[in-house]
Write a protein that binds this ligand. Structure first.
Ligand SMILES: Cc1cc2nc3c(=O)[nH]c(=O)nc-3n(C[C@H](O)[C@H](O)[C@H](O)COP(=O)(O)O)c2cc1C
Length: 347
């Protein structure tokens, strides 16, 4: 049992309330396994939206199998829920969710490790029942208190509360963590994870103080020694980022946070892909993101990152970092408790 054991760590069966959240459309099987092996919860990310979805499903399957081969688990998958202009769920979401459920049905040993499904972006309504029936823990990422309440009422097990400073697709309501998390933890009974801006034990302690049960991080884990699948130029661009170097541009599912560069400038204010149809524009954006990550084109590719990159200047080793982060959070909370002096009770 870890130092900070709570209803979330017990629900998911992990040692520390620290999650590596989905980082699609990029490769994260090794990263996810490293986080799970260190006592947190790692997440295999969605592999993008190729024209041929069978190809996407093949890649996703390979990533899941790779992660499973590297850890005893538990680990998660993240699948954003894409919604078209008529409110219909996009085919990639349906294909990927059904793939995960079928892989688990066919392989009992995988099913024992791959126990968590995290949905994000659109509302996962039609899938909540089948994810639950498959016996998975369902986490859903939201950017507003209303969405959190709706997700809980629909049967989601864990709410991930996403503040606007987060990396990648950020909530369209643009509410920052310090405002959003206490509102959500007050409004729902299910466990809540903070996502957006967390980076160390102090920020984990702050999340717990706001009523959250843990943190889900993206940027902090990208910048790790174990993240060998990403181009070094991508990592260096994040390490070099200073305050004010990030921007929210028009992404695939609403605003998306990344670095200011030539690619994001094309999508800020006047979206140069606006003349393309929705699927083409989405594909352009996803391919631009993948170019940055796999080829290291950090000028003409979209470099997604959270604002917290400006506060990070070196790589971590995940196996040491996760236990140390939990220990730091515990020490911060104990230190604060020790500073409280109450007036002696009147006689
Ligand atoms: C490069 C990158 C890719 C991301 N891709 C996804 C994704 O595919 N699905 C998703 O739900 N969130 C995605 N996110 C958001 C993260 O899961 C997480 O919520 C976010 O990084 C938290 O903010 P932080 O970067 O300040 O830790 C992405 C974030 C980054 C930085």
């Amino acid at each position: 049992m870890g130092l900070i054991s709570n209803r979330y760590t017990q629900l998911v069966g992990i040692e520390h309330p620290i999650v590596q959240e989905g980082l699609g459309p990029f490769r994260t099987p090794k990263l996810a396994a490293a986080v799970s092996n260190a006592g947190g919860l790692g997440t295999v990310s969605m592999p993008g939206m190729p024209v041929n979805l069978d190809e996407g499903a093949r890649t996703f399957r390979e990533h899941i199998e790779e992660c499973a081969s590297l850890t005893k688990g538990p680990f998660a998958v993240n699948i954003p829920v894409g919604i078209d202009g008529n409110g219909k769920v996009l085919p990639f979401t349906d294909t990927y969710i059904r793939l995960v459920l079928s892989m688990r049905r066919q392989d009992a040993s995988l099913a024992r490790k791959l126990t968590v499904m995290t949905t994000s972006a659109g509302f996962p309504g039609p899938y909540i029942g089948i994810i639950k029936d498959a016996g998975m823990i369902h986490q859903h990422k939201v950017g507003s208190t209303r969405q959190a309440v709706k997700a809980q009422e629909a049967g989601v097990d864990v709410v991930i509360a996403a503040g606007f400073e987060m990396g990648g697709h950020a909530p369209s309501k643009m509410v920052h963590t310090f405002v959003l998390i206490p509102s959500i933890t007050e409004a729902v009974d299910v466990p809540v994870l903070l996502t957006g801006g967390a980076r160390d034990g102090r920020t984990l302690a702050a999340a717990l103080a706001m009523g959250a049960d843990g943190v889900a991080m993206g940027t902090r884990f990208i910048l790790s020694e174990e993240n060998v699948d990403w181009h070094p130029a991508y990592l260096q661009a994040l390490l070099d980022a200073q305050e004010g170097d990030d921007v929210a541009f028009d992404g695939v599912y609403g605003p998306c946070r990344g670095l200011k560069n030539a690619a994001s400038a094309r999508l800020v204010g006047h979206d140069e892909t606006a003349h393309l149809d929705a699927v083409e524009a989405t594909r352009w954006k996803i391919e631009s993101m993948q170019r940055a990550q796999s080829e290291g084109d950090v000028v003409n590719g979209l470099v997604l990152t959270g604002q917290v990159a400006s506060a990070i200047s070196s790589l971590i080793r995940i196996s040491e970092f996760i236990p140390a982060m939990a220990a730091e959070a515990a020490a911060v909370l104990e230190g604060l408790a020790a500073k409280i002096s109450r007036a002696p009770a009147p006689r």
